[in-house]
Design a protein around this ligand. Structure first.
Ligand code: SF4
Ligand code: SF4
Length: 180
């Protein structure tokens, strides 16, 4: 397979600096509202701050890929005496929990690094984290060419897994008929 050069985007998280203000959740959900900035709802944010005040845990986690199935087992970390939740560091939109899903439809949410036209100098959550917890970095990397799976396909996959192919096809056909 051919090698191509691609831009790798990283957000470095210095969790020790996070105070749990959740401004990142507010700006992310506002930026991704349709139309942009028309509403905000942290439940729709692609970053979630896992907070446990009594355990002194403030952990920003970014929404990763959708997965149709749970892992066979869960992990639970204790680091420097702090006990984190089960799957506490996991980024997946997973059937085992409610985060990283649209609250109304259950469709998967995924951080897209605020790819936008025109592009932002830095993602919204990075720009608005006033405690410098989030630091944006870019680099070029050689990778094998891959087939890109778009958000629409991932969303359809999730619906098919939940309701079955026939039901999704019937619904799409009904909507198409209604909207013509
Ligand atoms: S905006 Fe920064 S300090 Fe506030 S919760 Fe998010 S990561 Fe933490
Ligand atoms: S990079 Fe953009 S999409 Fe990802 S969590 Fe931050 S604001 Fe949301």
């Amino acid at each position: 397979m051919a090698k191509i050069s691609r831009k790798v985007k990283t957000i470095r998280v210095d969790a020790d600096k996070c105070n749990g203000c959740r401004l990142c959740e507010v700006v992310c959900s506002a930026f991704h509202a349709e139309p942009k900035y028309s509403s905000n709802n942290p439940a729709r944010s692609r970053i979630q701050v896992i907070s446990h005040r009594l355990r002194n845990i403030w952990l920003p986690v970014f929404a990763g890929e959708y997965t149709p199935a749970e892992c066979m087992g869960r992990d639970k970390y204790v680091i420097d005496g702090k006990e984190y939740d089960e799957c506490g560091f996991c980024r997946a939109s997973c059937p085992s929990r409610s985060i990283f899903k649209e609250p109304d439809s259950g469709l998967p949410l995924k951080c897209d690094m605020c790819e936008s036209d025109p592009p932002l100098s830095e993602p919204m959550c990075v720009q608005w984290c006033l405690n410098d917890v989030l630091v944006y970095e870019e680099r070029e990397e050689e990778v094998e060419e891959e087939i890109k799976v778009g958000d629409v396909e991932i969303g359809l996959d999730a619906l098919v897994n939940k309701y079955g192919l026939q039901k999704v096809m019937d619904t799409v056909a009904r909507i198409a008929k209604r909207d013509n």
